[in-house]
Design a protein around this ligand. Sequence first.
Ligand code: NDP
Length: 284
Amino acid sequence: MSAKLIDGKAIAAELRQSLKQQVTERTAAGKAAPGLAVVLVGDSAASAVYVRNKRKACAEIGIESFAYDLPDSTGQSELIALIDELNGRDDIDGILVQLPLPKHIDDDTVLDRIRADKDVDGFHPENIGKLLQRRPTLRPCTPWGSIDLLKSTGEDLTGMHAVIVGASSIVGRPMALELLLIGVTPTICHSRSGDLERYVREADIVIAAVGIPEFVKGSWIKPGAIIIDVGINRTDDGKLVGDVEFEAASQRAGWITPVPGGVGPMTVAKLMQNAITTADRPNQ
Ligand code: NDP
C-alpha cells in the first residue's frame, strides 16, 4: 500500500478532548453544561448504534444528553409536539433527531421544525443558507468533519479539484459548500452524471458518499489523490466497507480514510462541537 492513512479515530479523539476541556471551562465559570436532546424513533439496529455512540460521546465530553426513544408507531404530529416542547425548554440547547425516520413521517417537516439555533445537525434551511453565504454557524457534521480530515494531511489544498460522488442534502451538497470555503473547486456527481470514471480520474480529492459498497474503483484514482470515504455499508458477512475499493485505491492514492475509523468518528465529534455552540445561543 502506498497511500498514507488518515486516522479519523485519532483525530476525532483529539477533538473530543479539546471539547471536553471547553465544557470543563464552561462549568467552572458557573455556566450549565450544554444539554442535548437525542430523539430516536423506531427500532432500526443501525440507528440505535449511531445514537448510542452519540450519547457515549456526550458522556465523555460532559454534555448532558436527554434520551427520547420513541416507538415506530409514533405519529408525525406527536413528534412535532415533542420538538415544539424541546424548542421551548431552556435546559435543552441542542436537538438531534436521528435519521432515517419511519416512512410515515416526513423528514423535512420534522427537521424544519427544530429551531435553527438548536439544530446540532446543521440541516435546517437557515443553517444551510448561512453556509452557502459563507457565514457558517451550525454546520452539517459529516462534511465539516471531512474538512478536518483533509486538513490533517498537511497538503496545500488550495486550488485542488474535488470530485464528490453523491449529491444528498446531508453529505454531497453541503460538502461542496465546505470545499468552496477552503478554496477547493468541487464537482458534484449523482446518479445521472453518466461516466463517473471520467470525473474521478481528474480528481485531486475524491469524496465518496453514494451508499454503494466499493462503488468507486481503485483503478479510477489519480495517483497521489486524497480519498475521503464517507460510505458505511454492511456486507452480507457483517463486515463494514466504504464506497471506495479500499485495497486497490490505496495502491494509487496519496492519502485515504479507512472504513470504519475514518469519517464516522469525525461526524460524532463535530456533532459535539455543534452541541457546545448551541449552548452559546444569544438568548442564553
Ligand atoms: P443518499 O442515499 O441520500 O444519497 C446518495 C447519493 O448518491 C445521491 O445523490 C445519489 O444520486 C447518488 N448515487 C446513487 N447511485 C449512484 C450511481 N450509480 N452513480 C452516481 N451517483 C449515485 O446517501 P447519503 O448521502 O445519506 O449517504 C451516503 C453514504 O454515506 C451511505 O453509505 C451512508 O451510510 C454514509 N454516511 C456516512 C456518514 C458518516 O458519518 N460516515 C454520515 C452520513 C452518511 P441522486 O441524487 O441522483 O439520487
